[in-house]
Design a protein around this ligand. Structure first.
Ligand SMILES: Nc1ncnc2c1ncn2[C@@H]1O[C@H](COP(=O)(O)OP(=O)(O)OP(=O)(O)O)[C@@H](O)[C@H]1O
Ligand SMILES: [Mg+2]
Length: 268
């Protein structure tokens, strides 16, 4: 790890060792929200092979150019992991240098990560001020956070991602950084009431203090999050006067959800 950056940027890492939970979608939405609030934002796609966030942003650029519309677009960087980093001197440190450089120039750096751990993923966590872990209301997703015996209700052990965050926190503490703002954010929540959802939420609330995260219970499964990708838009852009999009109640509610998540980043 490089020296602790004397930086002004707040570094937000969106991560979970679980695929498809909404990391790239939330990275895009949060970045747009921060830019709308007047912050200067850089984004980093560490899932450069899949490149969802990179594609989302390039779709936005193309859409703006084609329509002659000015929307906020972050300064974007894309990284793909090398297969054998031991053959490339300094490869592991490269991402740290990039974050360090950006942190002097921007107010916020939003980092999207892949759903499985690699060296880029590990390095990025070392720079996080805020870590946002999207999770759906599914017991499979909960399993990466905690290994639970559902017969007895006993929490056996932290799941593999919670263990990794614990190791990250120990590392950060050894570097003099006592607090990592870890948020587990429920995403793609089913709109209907279900026993399964209640179980997942209850456990997350129960273990939040013990594992050192805050639980955000708020982003529903809404088709609009899927629909806007091709144009590179977010639910936050829909009311832009030049777009002339019709906002339904569900769209407005989605906008509120993202606003609440952005506000939730600041601990009380
Ligand atoms: N709140 C939501 N409601 C409905 N669909 C959603 C929501 N959030 C994300 N999605 C959809 O879920 C799918 C996975 O989202 P996304 O690609 O953001 O997840 P990811 O965690 O980045 O996945 P990966 O691990 O593959 O990188 C996409 O089709 C996306 O449009
Ligand atoms: Mg992704």
């Amino acid at each position: 790890m490089n020296e602790t950056p004397q930086k002004k940027a707040h570094i937000i890492v969106i991560s979970n060792e679980k695929g498809g939970t909404g990391k790239s979608t939330l990275a895009m939405h949060l970045s747009v929200k921060l830019m709308q609030e007047g912050f200067k934002v850089a984004t980093i796609d560490l899932d450069g092979r899949q490149g969802s966030l990179s594609k989302y942003i390039s779709n936005r650029q193309t859409f703006c150019e084609d329509k002659g519309i000015k929307l906020p677009i972050p300064e974007h960087f894309r990284f793909e992991p090398e297969t054998n980093i031991y053959l490339i001197p300094g490869e592991r440190e490269k991402i740290g240098h990039q974050i360090y450089d950006l942190s002097n120039e921007y107010d916020a750096v939003v980092i999207d990560t892949p759903g499985t751990k690699n060296y880029l993923f590990e390095e990025a966590h070392k720079y996080a001020d805020t870590l946002i872990t999207p999770i759906s209301d599914s017991l499979i997703d909960l399993n990466v956070i905690a290994d639970i015996d559902y017969e007895t209700g006993k929490i056996n052990a932290p799941g593999h991602y919670a263990n990794f965050v614990w190791e990250t926190k120990k590392f950060l503490a050894s570097q003099g950084k006592a607090y990592l703002n870890w948020i587990i954010a429920a995403n793609k929540i089913s709109p209907t009431r279900s026993r399964n959802k209640e179980i997942v939420f209850d456990y997350l609330q129960k273990i939040s203090k013990l594992y050192g995260f805050r639980f955000f219970d708020g982003i529903k499964d809404r088709v609009i999050y899927k629909e806007l990708f091709l144009e590179g838009l977010t639910v936050l852009d829909m009311q832009h006067e030049q777009l002339k999009m019709r906002m339904s109640i569900s769209h407005l509610a989605a906008k509120m959800e993202i606003k609440r998540l952005a506000e939730f980043i600041c601990p009380e």
